[in-house]
Design a protein around this ligand. Structure first.
Ligand code: FS2
Ligand code: SF4
Length: 550
């Protein structure tokens, strides 16, 4: 195997024997086979896509989206489900071949692809540097960005909202990749188009979530309240709000309390979920990378709705369930999250769980949705103009394991009191246990200094807020008193970065390491154009550099 799609890749180079995420060589090969199948399917579909019968067109779009999302880090470790998905890709290719339309040109290796490829024998290595390392790095940038886009399209589609332009682009971009493009300018242009279409995908998800559950509003969430309440409990982790909704419906009136974990924290900001389901009782635990200890100490059943699952489930295999695209060999997968059978595995709080819960402060404030944040744009700009607000930091992001990620805790703790901290994604758990106080913007507007915008899936809110500020200030986003200092871990972070670059944002600081798949040559292209830089070893030094002499 050779996988270097996420930040934790071994040695900062690549996982070759087994994934640091515990992905096996067989599953790694199955994922490579699947992505190559997606390229062949897209190349076959591209010339006739617009004219295809709706049912077939939808099947192709859905299959490309799901097959791509499944290969995102920490979504699926289940070989059987990759085989089934790859077989379906083969079926669709056969249907297109029967229609007799010539496919778009492809690389011979893609053209020779069949779903029967043996992962043990397969020498499918999408990362072999056949055309020069810069080219391969940029090809990978596009593939990984599309994994993130696919995640957003999938979540929105489940709620009945689609973005046909982004779906057609998915066909276009994988057909493009099937040609093994080697022109650096064309690859960079396509990478920025991934960022552009990601904006549409995120917009679709925002529309889907807010139409179903209302615009998030600020709300103080009980953190680990099950230590202080009676009753059985279920924990829901991952990102998919529909899965949570269905579980809340299924447990209504049963006396079971439902708690969010990880990125699902943001669900507590949605007024429809709060008002309709009083048994949405609060949040337990922190970010995905702490799940093994946190799930072990949680007494009830655990539902994993999307990434990021760690397949080290030995201590709670009988209590954890996967749904939708998530999969781990030997873990019960439920086709419908509302299936009642597993609700019986809930349990009352244990002493160990109570001790773990007591380690946290008691509340977290979430729900700073777009209307709330954009609604104070005038006051933010006025405060910045009057010197009451020195800078806005978009800080946090997509978080992993390394101790060096304490940089973000340090950064937030040291940021001066006349700065505002916007955070989102699982990186928020590096900051949200600290007391940040409030900031007085004037005109009677006092905000918490830390505004949690939501999940990685809510990067749309951050982007729209920046656009709203720039529009009101009649300037470009780079002229705002704004600095973006983000951690990255997996492929949603890649597509969000591409969206920020598509919008022309410069001087983004990224860390703790820059992507291994971007060779120095490929990175140089991005540095030259956008002045992307790594975070430094010292948060204080970076703050000093950003804020200038005090
Ligand atoms: Fe965390 Fe990153 Fe789990 Fe999000 S690892 S922010 O894109 O998917 O979360
Ligand atoms: Fe390694 Fe990340 Fe790939 Fe897992 S997803 S095999 S940790 S690079």
């Amino acid at each position: 195997m050779f996988c270097y799609q996420c930040e934790q890749t071994i040695g900062g180079v690549g996982c070759t024997k087994v994934g640091r995420c515990m992905k096996s060589p067989e599953v790694a090969a199955l994922q490579d086979i699947q992505i190559m199948g997606v390229m062949k399917l897209a190349a076959m579909a591209r010339p006739q896509y617009a004219e295809l019968p709706t049912e077939l067109k939808d099947d192709i779009a859905k299959t490309i989206i799901e097959a791509t999302f499944m290969t995102l880090t920490n979504v699926s470790f289940d070989g059987a489900r990759f085989r089934a998905q790859t077989a379906h890709i083969g079926d669709l290719i056969d249907q297109l071949a029967q229609r007799g339309v010539a496919s778009a040109p492809t690389d011979p290796e893609v053209a020779a692809w069949t779903p029967a490829a043996d992962p043990k024998a397969a020498r499918i290595d999408l990362r072999q540097a056949r055309q020069g390392k810069t080219v391969v790095g940029l090809q990978e940038l596009i593939v990984y960005g599309m994994k993130g886009v696919a995640a957003y399209l999938d979540h929105a589609w489940r709620l009945g909202v689609r973005r046909s332009g982004a779906e057609a682009f998915a066909v276009e971009v994988f057909a493009f990749l099937a040609t093994r493009p080697a022109d650096v300018g064309a690859l960079l242009g396509m990478a920025l188009r991934v960022g552009e279409h990601n904006l549409a995908a995120m917009d679709g998800l925002h529309e889907a979530n807010t139409a179903a559950y209302g615009d998030p509003t600020p709300h103080e969430v009980q953190w680990a309240p099950w230590a202080r309440t009676e009753g059985k409990c279920i924990l829901v982790s991952g990102h998919d709000l529909l899965d949570l909704y269905e579980l809340l419906e299924a447990t209504r009136g049963t006396g079971v309390q439902v708690y969010t974990h990880g990125e699902m924290l943001a669900a507590n900001g949605y007024p429809v979920l709060r008002s309709r389901f009083p048994h949405l009782a609060g949040h337990y635990g922190t970010a995905w990378q702490n799940q093994v200890a946190e799930f072990r100490d949680f007494p009830g059943a655990i539902l994993m709705t999307t990434n990021c699952i760690i397949p080290r489930v030995g201590d709670y295999r009988e209590r954890i369930f996967t749904t939708n695209l998530v999969g781990v060999d030997g873990v019960t997968h439920i086709a419908e999250s509302a299936a009642p059978g597993w609700v019986g595995t809930t349990a009352a709080p244990t002493a160990a769980g109570q001790a773990a819960a007591a380690a946290h402060k008691s509340t977290l404030t979430v729900g700073f949705g777009l209307p709330t944040v954009a609604g104070v744009a005038d006051q933010i700009l006025a405060a910045a103009g009057a010197g009451r607000l020195r800078r806005i930091f978009l800080v946090g992001g997509c978080d992993g394991f390394e101790g060096s990620r304490n940089y973000y805790t340090d950064f937030a703790a040291r940021a001066p009191r006349d700065t505002l901290l916007l955070t989102l994604a699982c990186g928020k758990f590096k900051l949200n246990h600290l007391e940040h106080g409030t900031i007085d913007l004037g005109a009677g507007v006092v905000l918490p200094r830390l505004l949690d915008l939501g999940q990685c899936n809510d990067a749309h809110t951050a982007i729209e807020a920046v656009k709203a500020l720039a529009a009101k200030a009649h300037c470009g986003p780079n002229e705002l008193p704004l600095s973006i200092v983000l951690s990255w871990f997996e492929q949603k972070a890649v597509c969000i970065l591409l969206s920020l670059l598509h919008l022309g944002l410069r001087n983004i600081r990224l860390g703790p390491a820059l992507p291994a798949f971007l060779t120095p040559e490929a990175l140089a292209v991005l540095v030259e154009k956008f002045n992307i830089g790594p975070i430094g070893p010292s948060a204080q030094a970076d703050l000093d550099a950003i804020l200038g002499p005090q």
